[in-house]
Design a protein around this ligand. Sequence first.
Ligand code: BES
Ligand code: MN
Length: 443
Amino acid sequence: MNRPPLDYLIDYLRFPSISTQSNHKPDMEACATWLVDLFREMGLEAKIHKTKGHPIVLAKSAKKAGKPTLLIYGHYDVQPPEPLAEWTTPPFEPTLRDGKLYARGAGDNKGPTLAHILGTKKILEEGELPVNIIYLIEGEEEIGSPNLEGFIRDHREELACDIIAISDTIMPANDWPTLTYGLRGVAAMELTVRGPERDLHSGIFGGAVANPATAAGRLIASLHDEKGHVQIEGFYEDIRPLEKWEHEAFANRPSTDTDFLELTGSPILWGEDGFSTFERVGARPTAEINGISGGYQGEGTKTVLPREAIVKITFRLVPDQTPEKILRLAEAHFRKHCPPGVTLEIEHGHGGMAYFSDPTTRYGVAAKRALKTAFGKEPALIREGGSIPILHQFHDILKTDILLMALAAPDVQAHSPNESFPVKNLESGIRLHQEFLKELAAC
Ligand code: BES
Ligand code: MN
């Protein structure tokens, strides 16, 4: 039965495949099964691979000798939809408004991945695939891909390919074809600051014991100077300087600070002194507080001295920083700056190195040609701030380059309420996939 692409996307978006919340385990499995069914319907050999976490979906076309092999990676997991009250329509009831489909995961990453899948489907309906194709769709990207590296190692022969393509990045402006040649890495850390053994009356005890929330505030404040430079000793030590052609690419980026500011809803753009906005995001490492908690959060006031405070932090990394070293330096920094009267527990979280690729290889050139034909415009060459932690392992284990071709624009509201994906991007994605396969076959 031939259904329009949009119908498939609506079905795909109905699964609340939230990887970080354990109560959604059955939804993860259902979503993976839906993908396998779709791949089989298309005539690919498809299988669910169980992991210690969420399943991995692997699908393959029948391998033909003499054709290059393309691996397409994507993720079917999504970020939590909270805060729910800010959604115009419910996050897992996909709704079409003004040419965009609204749902959690629409832009990141179900829409873009599905564009590739439906592109393959279309080619198969009309004839034969010009390349061998492998789809690897995982369910743990949004939690740092904890089980994917092992899977890639164990299946390295089955996953052997000439090139990897991913559409899980962002174009600088809508309909602007984009090859992303660099992404930042990431390293996560959580601080727990503890004081008294229980919450105390802040009048009876306040002033006589240290307040963990105040101590957490001091730790947070110690991270940056007033010009936005990270104060962790050695933090900037390993950074690879920008190459000459990159300065040009940054200068030619097809979007302005004004466009970017508008996307944020912030009063002004602000960041590390001495760098442009897009350098700050694409080529500089950062330290970001993702969450602070501790003490009374309810309505009204409560005079309490909290027993603990928690700070969630992620660092974004650039080549050649490693998550291990950055977390080690950060831990030393926090231990040194921890004020007296509290204890500090530091937990190291997930990490992944930055990715940087050469856009001038023959595959890079093939991608640029396909992007140009599909969108009718010269593609932008950019570095971005987001992370896909597994890229580095893909490259190391499979010895393959990765092409990042964006299909979502910055206004898709990834990770935010009212995430969406324009129907027309689904169509341009299908077109891009067809063009890309042709170019690859000619490579
Ligand atoms: N699609 C994003 C990564 C991305 C966003 C790349 C914007 C380029 C531009 C991906 O799904 C994502 O959000 N990754 C997480 C990884 C983290 C949870 C380990 C991220 O970057 O926060
Ligand atoms: Mn994504």
